[in-house]
Design a protein around this ligand. Structure first.
Ligand code: TPP
Ligand code: MG
Length: 277
């Protein structure tokens, strides 16, 4: 197994946060908090774990990442552009009329595996792909990223039962467990605790990690890949709005974009973070 350069990946995460905030400010709308909480999860996936080829996005043997919490797509777009799926300049077209980079991901943009945004559906789609791959004897891993609020959706738990029943060990769910959703804290809206125990009792191999610790995420992903006969859930403890002091843990930052002065302030903070890596 290749050795990850954790320092380089941490720097990458800072650059991705800059791209995310810049494109959101330019769009004038979008989901800031839930994009920033995703960054290390996507970094560990795309720059370490996922078997993919940006020059051949439809390569049959590729692993697939499904962003079930589709509103976090600015983070996905930043990673896909940086990986070479489309030109970096295209990030400036986020949420513009006729753009391939809509407010929720759409098939048609290279690297987007599934159109998403209507919460609760991604895991069922992951199961379907895993089933099809099993029939076609294609060895590929299907990663499905869910929001914690998203798991209020009953369909998630139907899919969780299905994946365990059919022993879909190609499926790995990663929950961006930032403890918040659109209207407030998850524990107030609909408490999902004990959360990891739920996944475990549904028959999943379950691991909790610090979702901003790239090394811990990588270890959890490596562990998940070795599991036989069970789907795997990685419950990644994250902070909504991670990385920017005045955005972290603020409900109001769920669905708004930074204004020009806020962007400038945020970019300065990220420069400081970069110096400390
Ligand atoms: C089926 C459905 N219902 C409602 C919404 C509106 N919505 C968008 S984001 C969101 C909150 C999701 O919370 P969470 O999954 O925790 O996302 P995060 O905290 O990562 O932003 C809601 C209710 C939606 N996109 N789809
Ligand atoms: Mg959340």
């Amino acid at each position: 197994m290749k050795q990850p350069d954790i320092k380089a990946l941490k720097k990458k995460a800072v650059q991705l946060r800059k791209d995310i905030l810049t494109m959101l400010e330019n769009a004038g709308s979008g989901h800031t908090g839930g994009s920033l909480s995703l960054v290390e999860i996507l970094t560990a996936l795309y720059y370490y774990k996922v078997k993919h080829n940006p020059r051949d996005p439809e390569w049959k043997e590729r692993d697939k990442v499904i962003l079930s919490k589709g509103h976090g797509c600015p983070a996905l777009y930043a990673v896909l552009a940086d990986s070479g799926y489309f030109p970096h300049e295209e990030l400036a077209s986020l949420r513009k009329l006729g753009s391939r980079l809509q407010g929720h991901p759409q098939r048609g943009l290279p690297g987007v595996e599934v159109s998403s945004g209507s919460l609760g559906q991604g895991l069922s789609i992951a199961n379907g792909i895993a089933f099809a791959n099993r029939m076609d004897k294609i060895k590929s891993k299907i990663y499905c990223i869910l929001g914690d609020g998203e798991t209020n959706e009953g369909q998630v738990w139907e899919a969780a039962m299905t994946a365990a029943h059919y022993k879909l060990n190609a499926v790995c769910a990663i929950v961006d467990y930032n403890k918040m959703q659109i209207d407030g804290f998850c524990c107030d809206v609909k408490n999902m605790e004990p959360f990891s125990e739920k996944w475990r009792s549904f028959g999943w191999h379950t691991k909790e990690v610090d979702g901003h610790d790239i090394k811990a995420l990588i270890e959890a992903l490596d562990e998940a890949e070795k599991v036989k006969g069970k789907p795997q859930a990685i419950v990644a403890h994250t902070v909504k709005g991670k990385g920017i002091s005045f955005i972290e843990n603020q409900v109001k930052w769920h669905g708004i974009a930074p204004k020009k002065e806020e962007l400038e302030k945020a970019l300065l903070e990220l420069d400081e973070t970069l110096k400390k890596i």
